[in-house]
Ligand binder design. Structure first.
Ligand SMILES: Cc1cc2nc3c(=O)[nH]c(=O)nc-3n(C[C@H](O)[C@H](O)[C@H](O)COP(=O)(O)OP(=O)(O)OC[C@H]3O[C@@H](n4cnc5c(N)ncnc54)[C@H](O)[C@@H]3O)c2cc1C
Length: 424
């Protein structure tokens, strides 16, 4: 019997640096690349927010179609289905006589739960689900400590990992692929079919996020060009805006690292290099912390012991914050920017979060749920991990005291005109 591997794409929508794909091609006669649109990711949360808002939904659809077109360019295609992976993957496995299923391991509870359901269903068919690691800069296997011993303090984590670990080279993108014979490769739902409306463009938005590997790689080259320009003009632009492509896996963190590393030695580029690298380390840190502690990050208590305090007007205050009607100009401007574009800078995120938690006395979990709906770059570990940190209930006790709303506002809006420019 010929060996056919089903490659289940999730948040890893790329050909470059994709070990799962490289291995599937090497170890099979043909592969079946599959993406499943799981409607549960578009439902409502217990906080009255959507799991995925219109801006990220659009980006996801573009990213999936981007992967299909990347696969077509090397002689393949992407089978697109809609429903529950735990139902569809076993069906496809039987229909196409699949011998093994490959996927990337996730860390947050809903995603890992779906993996377990798929694994159990495949097990009944005596088919193995093989897990790959491909979302981080450093591989779990290459860490100088087991997951349970990863330092909770970010600074220690960074110091040790930089001293004792190495960043692997990227896997080359395949240039040819042999896919299973499929009669109907399926169509992807539109935004409207997901009951979402397209976002109207706001004139203040000076940046357009378009999903897909090709767009992500092109944006990475723009970041490098900006680094080169900064080398001569000394006009540093620190926010790379790479996060949305990283979140969908259309860009691999290793690819980002090795590309920006090519700038090493070019004068005046070190600050930007260090800034992006620091961001990628934070990203790894939260992922590994999710692996270490799992669901604790989703609990209102987090790693604290204060318990949920019942606050009068919590829902009213939450609504004002969401709708940019707090009366506090910078926060309202930041929330308008988030609502209109799906992206705000790190400092703007911290500012909005601090104001919600400290000034409006709303539990941070409501804010995290709202960011989950709105952010174009949402990923569970970075979002819930950062929110828990800002709320002071994260696992890194040292980070409790570093957040300061007044200082943030001075940095974010030194001229008091943020609402006009969104200069993030
Ligand atoms: C309350 C709150 C919620 C957040 N939610 C998310 C989220 O859902 N998804 C997300 O990707 N980031 C999240 N962040 C982290 C950070 O704000 C964004 O990653 C960053 O602003 C994206 O912009 P950039 O691509 O220009 O980042 P850069 O500053 O250019 O950094 C390069 C990359 O490093 C990563 N990164 C940078 N800072 C962080 C950080 N603090 N934590 C984790 N990763 C980081 C991102 O992938 C980013 O693209 C959150 C931060 C806060 C304070």
């Amino acid at each position: 019997m010929s060996k056919k591997i089903l490659v289940w794409f999730r948040n890893d929508l790329r050909l470059h640096d994709n070990e799962m794909l490289v291995e599937a091609i090497a170890k099979s006669d043909s592969i079946l690349p599959v993406y499943i649109l799981d409607r549960r990711s578009f439902g409502e949360t217990k906080y009255g927010t959507l799991k995925t808002g219109n801006i990220r939904a659009q980006f996801i659809l573009e990213s999936v179609l981007g992967l299909r077109s990347s696969l077509k360019q090397i002689g393949g295609n992407l089978l697109i289905a809609e429903g529950n992976p735990e139902d569809i993957i076993p069906q496809l496995a039987q229909e196409y006589e699949i011998t093994e299923v490959y996927h990337h391991r996730e860390v947050a509870r809903e995603e890992t739960h779906v993996s377990t359901l798929v694994e159990n269903a495949l097990w009944k068919l005596r088919i193995n689900l093989k897990h790959f690691i491909g979302h981080t800069l450093y591989n779990k296997e290459d860490l100088p400590f087991p997951i349970k011993d990863i330092p909770d303090a970010f600074n220690q984590f960074k110091k040790k990992i930089e001293r004792d670990s190495m960043i692997k080279p990227c896997f080359a993108a395949p240039d040819r692929i042999n896919v299973a014979e499929v009669i109907d490769w399926g169509v992807l739902s539109s935004l409207e079919e997901l009951n979402l409306l397209p976002q109207q463009k706001d004139q203040r938005a000076d940046f357009e996020f378009v999903g897909g590997e090709a767009e992500g790689l092109a944006h990475l080259q723009k970041v490098i060009a900006a680094m080169q320009q900064a080398a001569t003009t000394k006009n540093l632009i620190l926010a790379s805006k790479l996060s949305a492509w990283l979140a969908m896996g259309s860009l691999s963190p290793r690819k980002v690292y090795w590309e920006i590393k090519k700038m090493e030695g070019v004068p005046n580029t070190k600050a930007m290099f260090n800034h992006i690298l620091l961001g990628l380390l934070w990203r790894d840190y939260f992922r590994f912390m999710f692996k270490k502690y799992g669901n604790t990050f989703f609990s209102p208590d987090g790693f604290g012991s204060q318990g949920l305090i019942d606050v009068v007007n919590e829902q009213d205050n939450f609504n004002k914050w969401k709708n940019a009607q707090t009366g506090f100009a910078v926060v309202d401007a930041v929330m308008t920017e988030l609502n209109q574009t799906g992206f705000i800078s790190n400092i703007a995120r911290q500012t909005a979060a601090l104001y919600l938690i400290n000034n409006l006395e709303v539990s941070w979990v409501f804010g995290a749920a709202y960011f989950e709906e709105k952010l174009i770059d949402y990923n569970p570990a970075s979002n819930w991990g950062n929110w828990a940190n800002v709320a002071g209930v994260g696992n890194d006790q040292k980070s409790k005291s570093v957040f300061d709303l007044d200082k943030n506002i001075k940095n974010l809006d030194p001229k008091g005109n943020y609402s006009l420019t969104w200069a993030s």
